[in-house]
Design a protein around this ligand. Structure first.
Ligand code: ZN
Length: 458
């Protein structure tokens, strides 16, 4: 499969473009990627067995150097250094919540992270619940982050010579200022001759982002789902086009079914999502054949657990719990990342990497009905845009009966528009809630630059 990119491979030796002779870092990337091309086809049992083997090494290191993960901690599951670990034993360990990470201070970090794992860096995440945590990662973790982004390109056979437009809320300049890089970034740029990457901050006003995109005319567009939804609305309303666009890519927030369809109707291309988190790296990538999410098992062990802590069977919905496999500075064992997902079965593509059917979002984005039942409501932009000149909606559940609806509109709504919107929202929410409207001047965003269209304060 690596052959598909042969013409784009970067040679470190002047005068020799074929066969390309990669530099040391690129050679390491290619060698690890080669292994991932094999392991993706292993059976789920083979994959689990090698994950547990990798954990064995990490656990021995943790017992020796991480106060929180002492032998006493592992005694709860009868896990001993140097002895093979079973999944049942692993699942007997307690769950690690963000609050535990926040309150444990340095007890979770290794006193002796291996020097040959590279320099340490800190990842700070505020999380949607506002529980800020910081995680130490090593050079190996940063290196692996790059490898999985390469796998993503392989799976989707991207034209690496094309132009990538990235509108992110991090790793970028201040809002409103565009910047350009000659490559798609370190992950891809070491190994391949790529096209340029043009960048803009996700907090830039949508009309400015759109005008800039039209001018840049990219082959690929990468951004946060909420930002993509706002852009797609703007492109549709202003009848703007991106004639060269091949694919839209998203990361960082939950993608709804509606957004896939909306991107397709506006730009005529598919949307591919990445499920990752800064503190753990890549969690899952969409299958290039079926669109389901394949867990990146070479990086993380993922469990989906019901409210009683049991493993969900196919189609059941539960909490996503993650164990990192290579972080020797600050491993996370059975970390509750805060997302809910629907467990999948085998994928028809033949890959043995376990499947997440759907990522449903966070608990705080679930609505609770007066009868106690919960679901993740969605509000397709197509629907409400037909009702009134609305640019954005954010709903906040205040109680079992009360919803506050924040609206950004182009003009003042008529009573008739308000009445229709009220009816529409009640239908989508699944209950005749009392809804208080309030009108905002500017786009509603969280501190991190993300959009959330529903937040529960219950
Ligand atoms: Zn698949």
């Amino acid at each position: 499969m690596i052959n598909n990119y042969a013409p784009d491979l970067k040679s470190a030796v002047q005068g020799i473009s074929w066969p390309a002779i990669p530099g040391p870092e690129a050679a390491s990337s290619a060698a690890v990627l080669y292994q991932l091309q094999q392991s993706q086809w292993w059976s789920p049992e083979e994959i689990l067995a090698i994950q547990l083997k990798q954990l064995e090494s990490l656990v021995s290191h943790a017992i020796r150097t991480i106060p929180y993960f002492s032998q006493t901690y592992f005694d709860q599951a009868n896990i001993k250094p140097g002895i093979a670990i079973t999944l049942d034993q692993w699942q007997a360990l307690p769950l690690l919540e963000r609050i535990h990470i926040q309150s444990s201070g340095s007890a979770l970090t290794s006193k002796h992270p291996p020097q040959y794992h590279g320099a340490l860096s800190k990842i700070h995440t505020s999380g949607s619940t506002g529980t800020a945590i910081s995680i130490d990662i090593t050079g190996i973790n940063r290196f692996l982050w790059h490898i999985f982004s390469l796998r993503d390109h392989y799976w989707f056979q991207r034209e690496l010579g094309g132009k990538l437009a990235a509108i992110r809320a991090e790793f970028t300049t201040e809002p409103g200022i565009a910047s350009t890089s000659t490559s798609w970034g370190p992950a891809t740029g070491h190994l391949f001759n790529t096209g340029p990457c043009v960048m803009m901050h996700a907090k830039t006003a949508i009309d400015k982002q759109a005008a800039w995109l039209v001018q840049e005319n990219p082959d690929y567009l990468l951004s946060l789902p909420g930002n993509l939804a706002a852009l797609a609305r703007w492109f549709r309303d202003q009848n703007l086009k991106l004639p060269k666009l091949r694919e839209v890519r998203s990361y960082g927030e939950t993608v709804t079914e509606d957004l896939h369809a909306f991107c397709h109707s506006v730009w005529g291309v598919g949307l591919t999502d990445i499920y990752s988190a800064q503190e753990v790296g890549y969690i899952a990538l969409q299958c290039p054949e079926t669109g389901q999410y394949h867990i990146q098992s070479e990086n993380v062990l993922v469990e989906i657990l019901d409210d009683d802590g049991r493993t969900c069977t196919e189609n059941e919905v539960g909490r996503v719990v993650i164990t990192t496999l290579q972080n020797y500075a600050m491993p996370l064992f059975r970390y509750v990342i805060g997302d809910y997902a629907q467990a999948g079965g085998l994928c028809s593509c033949g890959r043995g990497l376990p499947v997440i059917r759907k990522i449903l979002g966070r608990r705080r984005n679930m609505i609770t009905l007066p009868d106690g039942s919960r679901h993740w409501p969605s509000f397709p932009a197509d629907d409400w845009a037909d009702i009134a000149p609305i640019k954005q909606i954010q709903l906040i559940q205040k109680s079992h009966e009360l919803i506050e609806a924040k609206l950004v509109t182009e003009s003042t709504l008529t009573e008739e528009q308000k009445r229709r919107l009220y009816q529409y929202l009640q239908t989508r929410l699944g209950h005749t809630f009392h809804i208080n409207f309030s009108f905002q001047e500017n786009t509603i965003r969280s501190i991190s630059g993300k959009f959330e269209d529903f937040i529960s304060e219950l």
